[in-house]
Ligand binder design. Sequence first.
Ligand code: HEM
Length: 427
Amino acid sequence: MNILQDIWKSIVRRDPLSTDKGKSELVFMNVWLHIHPAKVKKENLKFKHTFYLGFITFFLFIILITTGVALMAYYRPFPPQSYQDMKDLQFVVFMGPFLRNMHRWAAHGMVICVFLHMCRVFFTGSYKKPRQFNWVIGVVLLLLTLGMSFTGYLLPWDQLAYWAITVGTNIGSYAPFVGGYLRELLLGGHSVGEAALLRFYVLHVALLPSVLIIFTIVHFWRVRKDGGLSRPLWKLKKKEEKLVTIGAPAQLAELKTVPASTEKTYGLMEVVTGKPIFETIAPEEADEEVFSYPYAFVREAVTLMATVTTIMAVSLFYNAPLEELANPAKTPNPAKAPWYFLGLQELVSHSALLGGVIIPGLMVLGLLIIPYIDRNPSRHLKDRKWALWIFTAFVVINLVLIVIGTFFRGPGWAMVPPWVHVTGGVE
Ligand code: HEM
């Protein structure tokens, strides 16, 4: 027994978890857990503050890496074998369809969740000082996520994949001067073929995931260094009311403008304590912190389990589509880009330059500079009417265009009623 205890102690090297020191050491001394502080604000753990969307996005990415590596064991990136490998996964490989489904649905889920996470960060004003640059890193993560999904789309080498990528890369080629070259660089030729499949494969399994991992690490590190998560809006409101009651106008003015993170002062392993900024509300502030272990970890573990379970459940009941072998001579009518680019395809159908270049360019630029052009220091919803209106319009217009492109466009890109896609045109 003693030997076992000795072995255990030689591995973990910390005090028992029943002590506060042990809990702190668990976080500090573990290479995976040290991205957390020893203690976190209790209010920040509430579901309604973040909806755990950043974590869900991250966990979906983990699912994608695990299932992706397994899929690589069965996949050859050259046509027509790629398609044959998909068929094998469907009919020969043990649990092949389940594996493929999990990868496919987690990928769609990640695109949706990263977008929702961005909306959460925007609406809670969490991109404001001192988190401006983490927002910028986030926008890069959003683009990388779209890139991952887009490059993966081609790999099954079926009709859906072939034509979605043909349309998708055509949209990009409308960029003046460089568009054509970029498309050629991406495809390794003038059209989607063998070279394109290999390039997309390399991007999908090596380059983009590596860059995404690096940016994710930087993103997490910044959350830490920016003083943890921004305080929930309801917490700011409560504090404001308290300062009004005790009559502290100077502090009240400061609260409105001071970034939430400066409330955080740093202690060394909870041995040296931090100094609260607002002396008047110090005791309440001190009470609010809880140990990351177990409070944050349990919530994150539950989120992980819920994410994996949901993807597994969806994968049991819904199969990832696989159409017939890609055929460059047989263009489907209409040929549609992947769903998240259908808004752009809709715009391109009206004006190639506007939809293919100007609007997407402005959208990305607009997202990147939001924290720097929005000079309003307040995070309260009522103080940010303009910003909220503009961002909500951006989200709604995007969604409406995607819905139109997905459900209301038929052969020849003509308007059709949405049930045509269900009934196959039979009224
Ligand atoms: C692969 C994509 C991404 C992953 C894995 C990710 C992950 C996370 C996680 C785990 C957090 C902390 C808690 C939470 O909000 O759930 C967070 C916070 C944050 N994220 Fe992301 N994120 C991603 C993309 C984005 C995007 C697209 C943006 C914005 C354009 C963004 C901006 C931020 C900001 C500013 C914070 C700090 C929020 C605060 O203090 O309340 N992230 N992210």
